[in-house]
Design a protein around this ligand. Structure first.
Ligand SMILES: [Zn+2]
Ligand SMILES: [Zn+2]
Length: 340
C-alpha cells in the first residue's frame, strides 16, 4: 500500500509500505476512503519535535472494516467506523470516567500511520464506533474531522464549560480552534469571540457561529476581549495553539472564576504560579478524550446538523501529501484532506 513517511523536518515522502496485518486478536484492519494532515504533524515538520527515524505519519482516520481479530466482538467487516488518536479499551476506570485518552491500556495511533490506504487499529471494540450505515460520500470529510479536530475542539469547549448564557473566546484559528467555535455554538454559548487575523478563517469562524472577531494578539488581544465583556473577560476560553503566548492570552482573557479548556499540545509552556493563584481561573485540558464524544457527534453529523468537514479547504491525492504539508506549513490551507 501507499503511505506517507516523514524522514526529517520538511521531508515527507509517499512510498510503498507493507500492508498492515492483524497482530493481536483485538485488532481491526480498516481501508481509508480519505485521510488528512493534522496541525500537530507540523511540530515535527517544522523541527520542533525530533524525527529520529523515518516515521509513518497520520493519526486521523475513518474507514471500512476489512478484517477483525478473533477477540473482536462488536466491530464487524463492512462497517464504516471512526476512531481517535489513542486506541483505548473503553472499559477501565479511567475510560469509564470519560478520559479514554488516558486509558490505562491506551495505544498511540500515530505510529500506525493513518496517512495511508490501510491501517491497523488496536483495541478495536473499545476504540472504534460504527455509523448507522455506510455514509454518503459527502459526509466522509465531516466524519474524518470528527476523528480528531472536531472531537478536540469539542473537548476544549466542554473543558472550558461553554454553555447557555456564556461568553466563549477561542485562541487559535486552526481547525481545532474553528471547531471549538462550532462546539461552543452547539453547546448554546451566547457570545463567541474568535481570535484570528486571517480573513478566510474569520469567515469560517462566523459560519460556525462566532459573533465577534478579535485580530489582536497577546495582551492587546486580552484588552480587546475585556472590552467586549464589560471589562471582565470571557467565562470560557478555548486554547487551541499550545505556546506560551497563546496559553497566557487564554488565561488572561478569562474572568475570575472562569474556565480555560486547553487543547493545543503544550510546547515549553511555563505557568506563573503567583499569577495563577490570584487569577481564580480554572484550567482543564490535555489530549482530548474524543472517544467520549463519538456517539453524540456521529449522530449530529449523520443527521446533518453540523458540517465540521468545512475545515478541509484543500483536497489532494495521497501521493501529493508533501504538497499538503507545505500548504499547511505556509498556512495557505487550514486543513488538507488526502485521498488514497
Ligand atoms: Zn490530529
Ligand atoms: Zn481504558
Amino acid at each position: 500500500m501507499r503511505g506517507a513517511v516523514m524522514y526529517a523536518p520538511g521531508d515527507v515522502r509517499v512510498e510503498d509500505r507493507p500492508d498492515p496485518q492483524i497482530l493481536k486478536p483485538t485488532d481491526a484492519i480498516i481501508r481509508l476512503p480519505a485521510t488528512c494532515i493534522c496541525g500537530s504533524d507540523l511540530w515535527p515538520y517544522r523541527g520542533f519535535d525530533p524525527v529520529e527515524e523515518p516515521s509513518p505519519m497520520g493519526h486521523e482516520y475513518v474507514g471500512i472494516v476489512e478484517e477483525v481479530g478473533a477477540e473482536v466482538t462488536t466491530i464487524k467487516p463492512g462497517q464504516f467506523v471512526i476512531g481517535s488518536f489513542f486506541a483505548t479499551d473503553n472499559t477501565c476506570e479511567i475510560c469509564r470516567s470519560g478520559y479514554q485518552s488516558s486509558c490505562i491500556n491506551r495505544v498511540g495511533i500515530g505510529s500506525e500511520g493513518a496517512q495511508a490506504e490501510l491501517m491497523r487499529v488496536p483495541l478495536a471494540d473499545g476504540t472504534l464506533v460504527a455509523t448507522p450505515d455506510v455514509p454518503a460520500d459527502d459526509l466522509i470529510p465531516d466524519f474524518l474531522a470528527l476523528s480528531d479536530v472536531l472531537g478536540t475542539g469539542w473537548f476544549g469547549a466542554v473543558a472550558a464549560e461553554a454553555g447557555p448564557g456564556k461568553t466563549v473566546a477561542v485562541v487559535g484559528d486552526g481547525a481545532v480552534g474553528l471547531l471549538g467555535v462550532l462546539a461552543a455554538k452547539q453547546l448554546g454559548a451566547e457570545q463567541i469571540i474568535a481570535m484570528s487575523r486571517h480573513q478566510p478563517r474569520q469567515q469560517l469562524a462566523r459560519e460556525f457561529g462566532a459573533t465577534d472577531i478579535v485580530t489582536e494578539r497577546g495582551n492587546d488581544g486580552v484588552a480587546k476581549i475585556k472590552e467586549l465583556t464589560n471589562g471582565l473577560g470571557a467565562h470560557s476560553v478555548i486554547e487551541a495553539v499550545g505556546t506560551q503566548e497563546s496559553m497566557m492570552q487564554a488565561i488572561r482573557s478569562t474572568r475570575e472564576g472562569g474556565h480555560v479548556g486547553y487543547v493545543g499540545v503544550a510546547h515549553d509552556v511555563q505557568l506563573p504560579g503567583e499569577e495563577m493563584f490570584f487569577s481564580h481561573v480554572h484550567l482543564h485540558g490535555g489530549p482530548a478524550p474524543v472517544r467520549r464524544f463519538l456517539p453524540e457527534l456521529i449522530d449530529l453529523i449523520w443527521n446533518r446538523q453540523i458540517n465540521p468537514g468545512k475545515v478541509f479547504d484543500l483536497e489532494l491525492p495521497l501521493n501529493q501529501a508533501p504538497e499538503g504539508y507545505q500548504a499547511m506549513d505556509e498556512r495557505s490551507a487550514i486543513k488538507v484532506l488526502l485521498r488514497p
